[in-house]
Design a protein around this ligand. Sequence first.
Ligand SMILES: [Zn+2]
Ligand SMILES: [Zn+2]
Length: 662
Amino acid sequence: MASDNKNFQQSLDKLISESKSRKDENWSGTMSEYMAFVHDDPNVAQSAPARIYDMIVREGSDEINRPYRLPHYEDIVKYRFFDGEIFGIEEVLHDIVRFFRAGANRTETGKRILILVGPVSSGKSTIAALLRRGLERTEVPLYAIKDCPIREEPLHLVPRSLRPKFEELLGVKIEGDLCPVCKYRLTNDEQYRGEDGSVKWENMPVERIRLSERSRIGIGTFQPSDPKNQDISELIGHVDLGQITRYGEGHPLGYKFDGELQIANRGLIEYIEILKCDIKFHYVLITVAQEQLIKAPSFPQMYIDTVILSHTNQTEFDKFKSNKENEALHDRMYPIYVPYNLRVGDEKAIYRKLIDQSEFKDKVHVAPLTLDMAALFAVLTRLIPSKAAEVDLLKKAKYYNGEAILEKEKDPVDVRRLWMEGKDQGEGMSGISPRFIMNALNIALGSAKDQAKCINPVDVIRALKHQFDHHIGFSDEERGRYVELLMAEKASVLAEYRERAKKEINKAFLFAYEDQAQALFDNYMKNATAYCLKRKIVDPVTQDESDPDEKLMRSIEEMIGISEGARGEFRQGLFVFKSDAIDRKEDFDFKSYPPLQEAIEKKLISDLKNIVSLTLADKSRKDPKTLERKHEAVSKLLEKGYCPVCAESLLEFVGEMLRKEE
Ligand SMILES: [Zn+2]
Ligand SMILES: [Zn+2]
């Protein structure tokens, strides 16, 4: 045995230098050559969960800019692997990656069945699809024993007694035993028999393989067809009756290894609607997850290395959990909840992606704020009112989205706590799906195609309303609640759009808006600083001294409801904020302090209101000055991403609103 090992070491050294050829897609060779590859890069022999973990991590990650971190997610990152496909559920992805890491380390957690629980089109199948596709293009090459019916890991050839030595030599852990077919070939085929009668396992042929869903290599999908009439052989293969008469019962060559679990060996099996299937299927799956074995009746057991990924909806999962009969199964499953998106920005990104993939791309103009309003509606339907903080749903949506919104309260809302409360309440596990919203968007886009070639928020609100009138599957109560959120007079999407539309128009009418805002800001800061330092304002030219301009400061502060009594505190807070910013060497301009920015914008807008309503009300458009002003506003809107059609619609929408207000 000792000289065997020495010879092996020599050929190993030689082969390592030749191992460049492992890059070759169609490589085939012998077991000893394969071991040289493993020695060179132990990753080639990684287990299925390790392979999946590696393929995700290998693509890199980015930091997440969020003002808060949830407990247990302090180390959260954004994995590039899911970029452009999954939006806004980074915590979920983090959980999933953690599960694969546990699997790669062969911990107890990793030996459970992963089950994604969530509402329809929350991203469960997209996640599964990305993992399947990822496996098809992994960089690290994968090898198998040639002609093995389950394409097993060649290291299974290493005899048990030699494993400690080889593990040390190759730098990998060797797990699992030969499948019955390979074992049979090795012991019965003359070509693996040395002159002295020893088994030449190192001569077994090995080939490079690629996982492929279409070719059913390493990627399986299983969906219970008829739960009453399900055959377990769909999962674990079956005795080949034609061969059994030839070889006899229990013979390795008398079995068909075409069960979905055997197909999924080395990769992943996606089990759709797992909880709908018969309990005997669960036990097979648990044995595979736990012991990595298929125990088929009257056939030798088989080692399987695969990740079992399944998904189900909340109702089905709750039913499963409450059923006493399933108790033994509960702790064998690892549920990860996949809720809907709760951030408007991320939800919007989903629609953007879907529109870009559709026939409407470049054909229909989508006006600014259109997708924002659709996304806001979707998020609102998913939110649950907070018991801990005094925020309405609209405000909650804005907090979640990280929008700087004004806080008049003394204690600003703790977004982290708000988020955690929502998580406990199961927020995001119900509400309107992205699919429902996309259907409405598609209707709006479709009708825009021939006529205006542009859709705006009003079109979408209308299309959503239409969807509710013609969609089966909502109770009257749900429908009522959703329509309220969509178009009630207050705290609805329509109400929010009115506000935003007005702002858009005002900004368009404000010539050099940012310059004006900055000038007003500078003036305010000069006065507020003097106030805080109890100094006079000195005129730079005349050197005349005067008191800070209380009237100017109050006219801005009133815009955000700062009372007479609270003005000192507000100014002091601002003063400290400014000093800190300067200490940190940060720019300090009118956008630096969101409450003040809001106040300044409102002040500018209120000064402008009369001009705007005059211009928009001038239906005859004969006054050249008014016409000029309107023309300027439209070109401002075009710069901001409007087209002539939606710019005109916006002007009309706001004009109508201002007329009603008067
Ligand atoms: Zn085999
Ligand atoms: Zn447009």
